[in-house]
Ligand binder design. Sequence first.
Ligand SMILES: Cc1cc2nc3c(=O)[nH]c(=O)nc-3n(C[C@H](O)[C@H](O)[C@H](O)COP(=O)(O)OP(=O)(O)OC[C@H]3O[C@@H](n4cnc5c(N)ncnc54)[C@H](O)[C@@H]3O)c2cc1C
Length: 475
Amino acid sequence: MVTGEVSGAAVPTEVDVVVIGGGPAGENVAGRCADGGLETLLVERELVGGECSYWACMPSKAMLRPGEVLAEVRRVPGARQAVTGDLDVSEALARRDTVASEWDDRWQVQWLEDAKVALVRGHARLLGARQVEVDTEDDTLLITARRAVVLATGSSASPPPVRGLAETRLWDNRDATEAKEIPERLLVLGGGPVGCEMAQAFRRLGSRRVTVVEAGPRLLVNEEPFVGEELRQAFSNEGILVYTGSTAVRVRREADDAPVTAILHSGQSVTADELLVAVGRTANTFDLGLETVGLRPGNKVEVDDRLRATGVEGDWLYAVGDVNGRALLTHMGKYQARMAADAILGREVEAWADHRAVPRVVFTDPQVAAVGMTEHQAQAAGIDARVVACPTESVAGATVRGEGVAGTCQLIVDHARGVLIGATFTGPGVGELLHSATVAIVGEVPLERLRHAVPSYPTLSEVWLKLVEGYLAAG
Ligand SMILES: Cc1cc2nc3c(=O)[nH]c(=O)nc-3n(C[C@H](O)[C@H](O)[C@H](O)COP(=O)(O)OP(=O)(O)OC[C@H]3O[C@@H](n4cnc5c(N)ncnc54)[C@H](O)[C@@H]3O)c2cc1C
């Protein structure tokens, strides 16, 4: 047993709050409830920290970072000459292992202990209103939650129904982020954020051939159309092959260590050493006892804006993070966790940022950073939306940053109200520009006022000047 965990005998049979799932959402809701004086217990069946810490956000970013730094240096004459060799892949993977805490959760467990949250290792399921059953290694426990149960069980990769896929050894996000070796040839099904990030990470870590197959008309299909086009160009420049509007209809691998071949609906075939399936996620709601409270196993848990499960009587069941399907991102899960904890603590809250202002950064090079609505979404919502855009390289900050900096910066303005409702930036390092847009959207700051928010010279943030002045000049 690790410090902070309670053994079977010591587990209380009644607490104020039981949290099921110790990913970022679960940890945060538990910590805040405990901080508010509630006796709180968290059940985790694997590692405290969840998917994000060990098999998603953290290791994937660590795998992208060496290639990003190298590309950044190569954009700067004078510095570029100092780079004379290739990436050291084993060092890069060792660094990834460190960032993933070597898949050891002792620090997160310590955090829970410091936050006065009791931890039980095991698989939890509901057993009717306010009752939670936990299968631990050597016991089955029954715990009653006096005030609330919070579901924070996250999501898992869900392979699509492609012929042969179920019988084929493949990679999901866990295999890709834990990889010990770089495959010569990698085939990625899915050109969403995970597919794009992993495709570039492996290419830059040394995969000779990386192919991305995306069913939609472009990469990152939920973002502005220019995003997918720019990323495709960048991928093509570094030898990543992209098939859009394309699906795999059949997959075959003769033996586990043999190459895998995917037949696309065009009849083309792609052969690779590893196949990463990065298409879709399913809420972890199987074997969670949802049927005992009138909900359907396998579905995401629908919630209201206080994060309470809808269709469950009595104000005691909450769901935060990926499991409720509102915004499958760590920071939004943590936001919901703060909101849910406040609701459980009896405070008046309403979570709305996860409908209106979801910040999304894809850590490819060029980076893609977006928040709020796209132009298409704004039009579909019947908003008189005005679009203003400029090239990322049009400001002095881009010139200083290096050669070949390219991209697009675009704002979507609700013209009737004169406020920002969406923003998309592409280019190196633009993820750090995003929060200014999020603040403007959440604060509903009129663009007339934003013209007085003067960005420093020479920073990339000067795109704001061009965009805001551009919108105001157009009238
Ligand atoms: C490759 C990849 C990269 C990503 N990168 C980013 C990124 O850069 N930024 C970002 O914001 N998001 C990113 N995401 C999304 C992010 O990982 C998720 O949104 C986030 O992990 C969701 O947090 P969560 O707490 O809801 O669930 P999870 O992190 O999935 O945690 C859920 C926890 O619940 C536990 N659990 C489940 N069922 C039970 C049960 N019955 N009993 C006990 N325990 C249970 C699980 O073991 C798990 O630890 C990425 C995702 C992937 C796949």
